[in-house]
Every structure is written in C-alpha cells, then in structure tokens.
Ligand binder design. Structure first.
Ligand SMILES: *[C@@H]1O[C@H](CO)[C@@H](O)[C@H](O)[C@H]1NC(C)=O
Ligand SMILES: *[C@@H]1O[C@H](CO)[C@@H](O)[C@H](O)[C@H]1NC(C)=O
Ligand SMILES: *[C@@H]1O[C@H](CO)[C@@H](O)[C@H](O)[C@H]1NC(C)=O
Ligand SMILES: *[C@@H]1O[C@H](CO)[C@@H](O)[C@H](O)[C@H]1NC(C)=O
Length: 453
C-alpha cells in the first residue's frame, strides 16, 4: 500500500473518467432483503459485476492479475480474495477462471507472490494480501490449479516462508518492516498491516496444517505488535512506527483493516488452541474495540480516519471490504462472537445497499454508507466493500473453513517460497528511482501522516 501515488501517469485521467461516470446517477438502488438468501446473492452479484468491469487483465495483451492505474497491485490481490469468497458464498463460478488465471500469473517462479515486475514497490503487506487470497482458496476448497502449477496452500506457505526470515531484530525488538527492498520508501516503517497480514496467514496456516511452528510465529507477531504499543490495551490498532526511532513514536491513525486482519488471526488462534482463554479475551477485546469503526449508534461501518473529511484515497476506499470479510469469518471460528458481530454486518449491508444508486444502471456503489445515498465516489474499493458486506450476511449458511484433516484438498509444500533467484539489490534501481523515492518519502511523511514525524 502506498502513502502517495508514485505511478501518477494516467491517474488523473482515470480519476476524471471515474468522476464523470459517477456523476450520471439514477435512483434505483440495490433491492436487498437480508432475510432472503437469493436477494443477498443478487445484491452481491450486482456489486461484483460493478467491480469486475474495472478489471482488464484477462483481455488479450493485458497482464493477468493487474488492475489498471490508479489501482495498485496489492488491491488486485485483495479483489481476487474477495472473488474467492464470492464463489464460496454464492456458488456462482462466473469469475473463477479469471481468478485462477490471475493468481497463477502473479504467483511468481518462487511461489511466493514476488513477481519481478513488482520488485520496485512490493511491500510485505502487498505480498500478504495475495497470500491471504491463496489461503482463502485453500480453506474454501476453491478449484485447485492444474497439478503442474503452484497450489493454493503452497502459495500461502511461500509467503509465510519469505516473511518469517525478514523478522527484524535490529530495531524495536522485532517486527516486520513495511517494505522489504532496502531502497523502497517505507523501509524504515514497521507497520501494523504488514505484521497483521503475517499474523493472519501464520494463524490460519497453524489451524489448517496443525504445524505448531506457524502458531509460534503468530504468537510472536501478536506479542510484538502489542508490546510496541500498536495494539492498545483497549484493542485499538494504530498504523505503524518508525524503526529509526526504535519504534518509540507511534502513528496513531486507525484503519478498519488493521483491526480486521488481527481479528481473524486471533479467531484462528482461539480455534486452533481449542478455546484458549488468552485468545478468547483478545478476540472479545477486538470485537468490542470495533466500536471505533461503527458510526454513532447505527452499527454502520465507516472509515473513521478519512470518511467524514472526504480524504479516503483509492486504497483506503477498499478497507471496509476486509473488515466485513474478516468479521464474518470470525463468527465461524469463534462462534461466541456471532451475536456481537452479525447485527453490525446486517445494519452495514442494509446501509450499503442504499449507497448503491450511482452509474448508468443506478446500482453503482458509493463509498459512504452512513448517509442513505450514493456519494459520487466510485471504484473497485467501493464495489468490493459493498459486495463483501452483502455476502458476509450469508456466513451462517456456509460451511466453516476446511483444514488438512477436515476435507481440505489443496496441496502444500512446507518449504515453498524460498527464492531461487537473488533478491534484486541496489543495482536494479536507477538513480532516478532512488531520487524519486526519497523525494516522495519526504513529502508523504509531511502530508500523509498527520502528527507523525
Ligand atoms: C511483467 O510485465 C510484462 C510486460 O508488461 C508482462 O508481459 C508480464 O506478464 C508481467 N508479469 C507479471 C507477473 O505481471
Ligand atoms: C529498542 O526497543 C526494544 C524493544 O522495545 C528494546 O528492547 C531495546 O532495548 C531498544 N533499544 C534501544 C537502543 O533503546
Ligand atoms: C472452531 O471452529 C469450528 C468450525 O466452525 C467450530 O465448530 C468450533 O466450535 C470452534 N471452536 C471453538 C473453541 O469455538
Ligand atoms: C512446520 O513448518 C515449518 C515452517 O515452515 C517447517 O520448517 C516444518 O518442516 C513444518 N513441519 C512439518 C512437519 O511439516
């Protein structure tokens, strides 16, 4: 994820186009009856259709797995994760083929989602979103790739195996840095989402494989994030911290996805440990702490850091999708949370449907769900968030995630992801790249992280 756009070419043209498209709004809305599964599935399909029109990677001459600018590579990984869940909730396989094609194209020869094209900007969190999509595919028994291709479980293990050795004890007593290429902007930032994706994948691998090594890493990751103060005693999740200052100053901005990514990881640890009290308390604490992200007394989800002041960027407009996704999945692994979580997903879905009245067909989704109307903001993130919050209301109707011993069919490889080719070093970046990265770092710290220096 980026603080500021580095690929500014055509970003403005795209935004202008989106604005023009968003302006033509008819009021027809998505007719959503939350007591009728077929109605929920129809709503999810409308939102999914609106999302996938942005994707062109499957067309001749385009690159499978990439969304066009201004979307970053990570968001495509998040989108395919959403489509895997879409299939699992609805049984509709419309987008399965493009999902499999995209995931395999981006899997990379080292089976860890480190394609060479991304090496100039790939962070641990970006890799994590693709890894979590692969993990979902394994847990949902999504159709397996041909035998001579990388397999879902193997890919999730590949991401884990690449990230565990990056655990960095040279500062802050541990933690993953945001970036893993030394010259990338953000290399000195240890952020909650990178550590959260790693925690999420490790805890799910532990439950799926019952290999204790993954559980040990999940515990270590949680404890570090908590010790450094990025998880507070009331389960608020701050954004990250500068390792040059040994993580003594925190950037306290709060995003839905940081709470969500830890919620599902903690629920998996709770389930893996068969109801351990420590993990139960953590799951309960996070669920209660989620009140930060629900608007006043309405149970309607909102992105508290930016929605009210209209500053949510392209990345941030997708974050509610992941909180909805992970809240729903949590109710399967930690069923004691169901009564706390479901009213929030229900109220949010009803509100989101009212925000889907934009575009030519009057069913394009906006970003804000709190206003009862379309707010003119459109894009992959807006569509994905609406789709996920709709379909999450079907969670009680679908089977819990499988494991290796309860019907999982994806083949793993505990040693996947160890690179055969060396990680690109300094010589792969031109002087211009380096100068550019530095300039943007300086600007982004001033503009994008209020109160942090
Ligand atoms: C990398 O970029 C080239 C050139 O655009 C493209 O042909 C190839 O498919 C890309 N590979 C991946 C994994 O995105
Ligand atoms: C840096 O932080 C870690 C973890 O909080 C601590 O153990 C270590 O002593 C600190 N190092 C310095 C030089 O202050
Ligand atoms: C773990 O998850 C399974 C599957 O949803 C569920 O049946 C079981 O009750 C969960 N375990 C605990 C301790 O809640
Ligand atoms: C458990 O996972 C670790 C970490 O990837 C791996 O080294 C080890 O071989 C695995 N053990 C088994 C029995 O698969």
């Amino acid at each position: 994820m980026r603080l500021l756009s580095r690929r500014s070419h055509s970003v403005w043209a795209s935004l202008l186009l989106l604005t023009l498209m968003g302006a033509q709004s008819l009021v027809s809305a998505i007719d959503l009856n939350l007591d009728d599964d077929a109605s929920i599935k129809r709503a999810a399909k409308i939102a999914a259709s609106g999302m996938t029109v942005f994707y062109t990677g499957h067309l001749p001459g385009d690159v499978p797995g990439n969304l066009p600018a201004p979307y970053y590579w990570w968001e495509a990984g998040a989108m395919f994760g959403a489509l895997i869940d879409y299939w699992y909730y609805t049984g509709d396989s419309t987008w399965n083929d493009i999902t499999i094609q995209a995931m395999l194209h981006q899997a990379s020869p080292s089976t860890n989602f480190e394609p060479r094209n991304q090496t100039k900007s790939e962070g641990n969190d970006d890799q994590g979103f693709w890894g979590m999509a692969a993990m979902s595919a394994a847990e949902r028994n999504f159709p397996n790739p041909p035998a001579d291709q990388p397999q879902w479980l193997e890919l999730a293990q590949g991401v884990f195996n690449s990230q565990a050795p990056r655990w960095d004890t040279t500062s802050c007593g541990g933690g993953l840095k945001w970036q893993f290429f030394t010259l990338n902007r953000g290399y000195n930032y240890k952020n909650t989402i990178s550590n959260g994706c790693f925690f999420n994948i490790a805890s799910r691998l532990a439950r799926y494989t019952r290999n204790q090594t993954y559980a040990d890493w999940a515990t270590k990751s949680w404890e570090w994030t908590e010790r450094i103060g990025l998880i507070t005693p009331t389960y608020q999740f701050y954004d990250g911290t500068n390792d040059k200052l040994n993580c003594t100053e925190l950037n306290r901005i709060q995003w839905t996805y940081n709470a969500g990514v830890h919620l599902l990881g903690a629920a998996n640890m709770y389930n893996y440990t068969n109801g351990d009290k420590i993990w139960r308390d953590r799951v309960q604490g996070i669920v209660e702490g989620l009140r930060t992200f629900f608007f006043e007394e309405t149970n309607i989800m909102f992105e508290v850091a930016c929605e009210g002041i209209n500053t949510c960027d392209i990345d941030q407009r997708s974050f509610k999708a992941y909180l909805a996704r992970w809240m729903a999945a949590t109710t399967q692994l930690a069923p004691f949370t169901r009564d706390l979580i479901m009213p929030k997903l229900r109220a949010s879905a009803a509100a989101a449907a009212k925000a889907c009245t934009g575009g030519n067909n009057g069913d394009t989704c906006g970003h804000k769900w709190t206003t009862g109307e379309f707010d003119g903001s459109i894009g992959v993130g807006e569509q994905m968030a609406a789709m996920e919050v709709f379909q999450s209301n079907l969670i009680a109707k679908v089977a819990p995630p499988v494991t290796e011993s309860t019907g999982g069919t994806s083949k793993g490889d505990p040693s996947a992801g160890v690179r055969e080719d060396p990680v690109p070093e300094l010589r792969d970046l031109t002087t211009a790249d380096r100068a550019g990265a530095w300039t943007i770092t300086a600007v982004s710290i001033v503009t994008a992280i209020p109160g942090w220096s």
